[in-house]
Design a protein around this ligand. Sequence first.
Ligand code: GLC
Length: 439
Amino acid sequence: MIHQDLRPAAEEVLRRNDRGAFTAPSPRQYPHLWLWDAGFAALGWAALGDFERAYREIRAALRGQWRNGMLPHVVFYEWPSAYFPGADVWRSDLAAEAPAELPTSGITQPPVLAFVVEILTRHDPDRGRAAAFRREAFPALRAYHRWLHILRDPQGMGLSLLVHPWESGMDNSPLWDAALARVPVGDLPPYRRADARWVPEEQRPRSADYDRFLALILHLRSHCYGESGVRTSPFRVYDVLFNALRHRSEEALLAMATALGEPTGEIEGWLAQGRAAFQAYLWDPAREFFLDWDAVAEARIPVIAAGGFLALYAGLATPEQAREMVARYLTNPEAFAPDGGTRYRVPTVSKAEPGWEPRRYWRGPIWINLNALIAHGLRRYGFTDLAEQIRADTFALVARSGFWEYYDPRTGEGLGIEGFTWSAALILAWDLLEVPETR
Ligand code: GLC
C-alpha cells in the first residue's frame, strides 16, 4: 500500500522524466534508456493504471535487442547528448549483431524484464491486451535468456558471466575492488566524465574506477563485443544479484510459456541449472552468505553486499540458509540493521566491510530498487515483519527527503540525483513486485 500523500509526487517524477518513447532515469544525468531502469519504470506506469505506457517502455527496451539475443544496458534514444560514455565511445556499429539504426551500448544489465512483463500481464485488467502483449514480448525475452545461458556461460557453470561492473547495475560496489584492480588501464585516450557535473564528486565513483570502466569498454569494443572479448576480458565475475534476477525472470518465463502453450523444457533446464549453481558455487558455508565468484581469480569474492539477499527473491536459498543470512547479517546492527550510527534499512554493503562508504553510490547508500526486492524476497520466506520494516523505512526515507537516486543510511539524506525514475516508480509499484509463489 502506498501512502496516499506520496502518490502525486511520485507520479509527477515519472511524468517529468517521460520522454514519450521511453522514461529517462534522470533527463540530465541519464538521458537515454537503461535496461533495468526501463523495467522498473514500466511497473510505475502500470501502478498508475497506464498499461499501454508500461508496454511502450518494454518495447523501447526490446527495440535495442541484438540479433544474438543480447539486450544492451543503454539504448541511445535522443542521441547525441552530453552523456559520457556515449554512442561514439561504444560504437555498436562495429558489431554485426547490433541494430543498424539505433546505437546501443555493448553490454547488458540485470535481467528484470521477463519478470516485469509477467507482472504487467498478470495485473492488466484488459485480459485480451495482456495476452497479446505476452505473445509479443515472449520470443524476445526467451532469446535474451538463451544468450545469457549460451554466450554468457562459456564454462557451463549454470550462471551468467559479467564482463563489466556496469552489467551488475552496481557500478562501483566494493564487490569489484579486487577484480578491477587487476584491469590494466594501458594508454587510455583522454576523456571527460560528465557524471560529476550534477552530483558532488564524493558521491560518485572514483577516477581510478572510471579509468577501468573505460578500459573494459575499449577491450570489449576491440573484439567487436564478440565472444573472444568475453573470454579474454580481464574482468569476469558471476554475480549473485544478476543471476538471482535471471532466475526470478526464468520462473516468470516458465509461467508465460505455460500460459502461451510454448514448450517449457528449455526453461525448466535453466531453472535447474541456476538452482544447482547457486548451491555449488555461490553459497559460502563458512560465511553463511551467497557470494560472487571471481572467474579470473577462481575464488569467491569475500564481500558481504545486499545483492546476496536477492537469492531470497528468486527462491534460491534453502529455508535454513535464509534464516542464517537474516540472523547473521540482515538483523545484525554491525552489518545491515540500524544501530547508533545508521537509522534506515538496507545499506547496499555491510557496514562491517572496510570498503563501506555511506555516501558513495553503490558502496553503502540505500537504493530503493534493492530494498523493494529484498523486502519481497523476505516475504517469500515468511519474514513478513522484517519485510514490513524495510518497506516502512523506505517510505519514511522518501517522505523525509523525496525521490533521490540513493540515500545516506545514517541520516536519510537524499544523494545523487533528485527526481530519479525508479525511486518514484517503485514507491508506486511496491506491491506489484510480490512473488506469486509467496501466497
Ligand atoms: C547507474 C547505476 C545503474 C543505473 C544507471 C541509470 O549507472 O549504477 O544501476 O541503471 O545509472 O540509472
